[in-house]
Design a protein. Structure first.
Length: 323
């Protein structure tokens, strides 16, 4: 029996148990009104590097300031995901470590599985630990495959050595791809650009998810000039995160709003799309409107936004210290 058949068998059993449990807890409801989805969204789309998959330039993040990852907010999370689908969001990002995020997505996305691009992550550095995360992710998301499975917050060269060792997480990723449980591979990070660039040189990842915003340009080790050239050379799909720095870029008049933050990140050469979490439906709708109206900035406009962050870059790159 392959690992795929074993996992799917367990998932079916879990699904049966879950259906019984839902009868006892009917308070969580999912709308059935999204049966017809257009082939394309009103947002611009790009081919995500060498995946060959076209995705809208804005995806929904599943961590941070969002009910997706807050315990006790299932109904708000479900409403947010349903609204995202209705607005044209097709890229959904989560991770095994994002609290109830995977489970919340799993309450809505299965009905639209062939129409969405689903990305999750493992922070495990060893093969067995990564497999455990993948099995859990598949069950929570109620799917039999992941579009993009990413090695999460790779921060140190020691992480790379463990990942690429004979019993490292890369083995689980390769086995999962061979068994059809995972379509594409990725590497993510917000701590050390050199480590991400080295990971891209060492292995043919399909994507990288990295921190890219106007303030990061002033960091002593900025991501854009280190990672983007390597990714572009290898045709790796680049997804920008930490775009508004959890909203801090909008405080005290640093930037005027998401229209500047998102336009900056998406205008960087080699960036294909971005993921941004939403605290509520109104914020999600506003973000989608910005994406729909996207026009790339020119060099002068990019420089002007960087200058506005010059004196506050430290507080707007605080996440660079996370490992």
């Amino acid at each position: 029996m392959t690992r795929r058949k074993f996992i799917l068998g367990i998932a079916a059993a879990v699904g049966l148990v879950g259906s019984i449990a839902l009868k006892k807890q009917p308070e969580v409801t999912v709308s059935q009104s999204l049966s017809a989805l257009p082939d394309r969204t009103s947002m611009p789309e790009k081919i995500l590097g060498n995946t060959g998959v076209s995705v809208p330039i804005l995806g929904l993040g599943g961590a941070g300031k969002t009910p997706l990852s807050w315990n006790g907010n299932q109904q708000k999370a479900i409403a947010l995901v349903e609204r995202a689908i209705a607005l044209g969001i097709r890229y959904f990002d989560t991770a095994s470590s994002y609290g109830p995020s995977e489970e919340n997505l799993g309450k809505v996305l299965p009905a639209y599985r062939d129409r969405v691009f689903l990305a999750t992550k493992t922070a495990a550095r060893d093969r067995d630990g990564a497999w455990r995360d993948l099995e859990r992710s598949l069950k929570r998301l109620k799917t039999d495959y992941i579009d993009l499975w990413q090695l999460h917050h790779v921060s140190f060269r020691e992480d790379l050595e463990r990942i690429f060792s004979s019993r490292g997480a890369i083995k689980a990723l390769e086995e999962a791809q061979q068994q059809g449980l995972v379509r594409f591979s990725g590497i993510t990070g917000h701590h050390e650009p050199d480590v991400i660039a080295e990971g891209l040189r060492r292995y043919p990842f399909h994507t990288t998810l990295v921190a890219l915003n106007a303030a990061d340009a002033h960091h002593p080790r900025p991501f854009a000039p280190t990672v983007l050239p390597v990714a572009k050379k290898k045709n790796v799909g680049v997804i920008a995160m930490k775009v508004p720095a959890y909203g801090r870029l909008f405080k005290n008049g640093v930037l005027d709003g998401m229209h500047q933050a998102m336009r900056y990140s998406l205008s960087l050469d080699g960036v294909h799309c971005c993921i941004i979490a939403a605290e509520n439906i109104a914020q999600l709708e506003s973000n989608v409107r910005v994406a729909e109206a996207f026009q790339p900035l020119n060099e002068q406009e990019m420089f002007a936004l960087e200058q506005r962050t010059a004196n506050v870059w430290r507080e707007n790159t605080f996440f660079r210290a996370w490992t």
